[in-house]
Design a protein around this ligand. Structure first.
Ligand SMILES: Cc1cc2nc3c(=O)[nH]c(=O)nc-3n(C[C@H](O)[C@H](O)[C@H](O)COP(=O)(O)O)c2cc1C
Length: 404
């Protein structure tokens, strides 16, 4: 049962166990999120879970019959033992929500229903997402059961804190379906980048003119965010240095938010210590106002020009700190893509450059896809046309992996 590389999770199987907690109402959205990744989902429900969400709903969204019974009766074409077949088929056993009761059963090794039998029989990684009343969660019995399961290598996604369905406040809320899906996704990937530390810069920078106005660019941070997520799910240790963006980064990365090109330079210089790979996906401002006005420039001032000065070039400044780290740059160009990129590759001492076309639909800033080419030397290593940024991120990481 090897892991997946690249972005392709098609053909991978998640056995999804739902137990009898109120948060089971989120389960259909978890299934939809997993299906959107191309994953085959086999749903198993405890008897208690069927009181909170119907098997019919889960069957419809998963596109498969839902398994609820350990003793499902005689079948004329039965040729396999269901709980063992499910256990063997799983690339991941996901249990969300996991009740206090079910975790207690797992900790004791009980096997008195279909899901507990699968949990005991599977050799696949198990990801448990507990959800319950805060006092049940903090009870020494529950804490002990979680500890025992963690010692056995079971993975946990901790519950969120806040107002709970039962009226109490505190830890016990099931994380939202996209967070559960992301965590499941991480467990489905082969960790081919484990042990590699990366600094990835993302987004634009903002250069302040006065307390109200600033100069920025159209970078959304999407390409950077795709790289961050892809690197994290493949096991890299990722530090993000990001300009102001609305985009969210993968929850496993350490994120340092900055504003200006100067602040980004400081954060990159600091982050570079002990880093194996630097990916400069940020669109750093080339110019910044020559001076900052600490009070708002008024309309009646009739401002006609803002004097600019060049920002420090981050790659050129940090070049002496490179050691044997692998440096990847990005170039956003409207024309002469390969010539401009080649020039930048050489002048900035980069090991690889990704040049993408901007100024056309479906490529560059804020788009979900990108077109352009990848250079590692004088020759073009690869070209890509309207490729999803997630797929491009994995492609770039594949090329980096071959070289570090
Ligand atoms: C309305 C209601 C809500 C419940 N919510 C939870 C819950 O969120 N978490 C939990 O651990 N148990 C919850 N329970 C208790 C479980 O349903 C009970 O322990 C059950 O035996 C769990 O069975 P299972 O672990 O086989 O699914 C709830 C019970 C009721 C009646």
């Amino acid at each position: 049962m090897g892991g997946a590389t690249g972005e392709d999770l098609a053909g991978r199987t998640v056995v999804y166990g739902i137990t009898g907690g109120i948060a089971a109402y989120k389960a259909p959205m978890v299934v939809r999120g997993l299906k959107a990744l191309g994953v085959d989902v086999h749903t198993v429900m405890t008897e208690a879970a069927t009181h909170f969400v119907t098997p019919l709903t889960l069957q419809t969204v998963s596109g498969r019959a839902v398994c609820t019974e350990l003793f499902s009766g005689l079948s004329p074409d039965a040729h396999e033992v269901e709980h063992i077949a499910l256990a063997d088929r799983a690339d991941l056993l996901l249990i969300a929500p996991a009740t206090a009761d079910f975790m207690a059963k797992m900790a004791l090794g009980l096997a008195d229903d279909l899901l507990s039998c699968v949990a005991l029989a599977t050799k696949a990684p198990i990801l448990v997402c507990p959800s319950m009343n805060v006092n049940m969660y903090n009870h020494p019995a529950t804490r002990k059961n979680i500890e025992v399961l963690k010692e056995r290598g079971v993975h946990f996604l901790e519950p969120a804190s806040g107002e709970l369905a039962c009226g109490w406040e505190g830890a016990g809320r099931l994380p939202e379906p996209p967070r559960i899906v992301a965590e499941a996704k991480r467990h489905l990937y082969q960790k081919d980048l484990a042990g590699i530390s990366m600094v990835i810069t993302c987004g634009p920078t903002a250069e302040d003119i006065d307390p109200v106005r600033f100069i920025t660019n159209r970078s959304s941070g999407k390409m950077g965010a795709a790289l961050v997520e892809a690197a994290c799910v493949r096991g890299a240790n990722v530090k993000v240095v990001s300009g102001p963006v609305a985009t969210e980064y993968a929850p496993w990365a350490e994120v340092v938010m900055v504003r200006s090109a100067e602040a980004m330079l400081d954060a990159v210089t600091e982050g570079l210590k002990g880093t194996d790979v630097l990916i400069m996906a940020a669109a750093v401002a080339d110019y910044t106002p020559a001076s900052y006005r600490s009070s708002k420039i008024k309309k009646k001032d009739r401002l006609t020009a803002v004097e600019l000065k060049s920002t420090a070039d981050i790659l050129s400044t940090i070049k002496p700190l490179k050691r044997d780290a692998f440096f990847v740059g990005f170039a956003a160009e409207t024309e002469n893509l390969s010539d401009s990129a080649r020039q930048k590759l050489v002048s900035k001492g980069l090991d690889m450059i990704v040049a993408n076309r901007v100024g056309e639909a479906g490529s560059g800033f804020a788009s979900d896809t990108n077109s352009g080419l990848i250079l590692v030397g004088p020759g073009v290593l690869d070209t890509f046309e309207h490729l999803e940024k997630e797929a491009l991120a994995h492609k770039i990481l594949d090329y980096i992996r071959e070289r570090v």
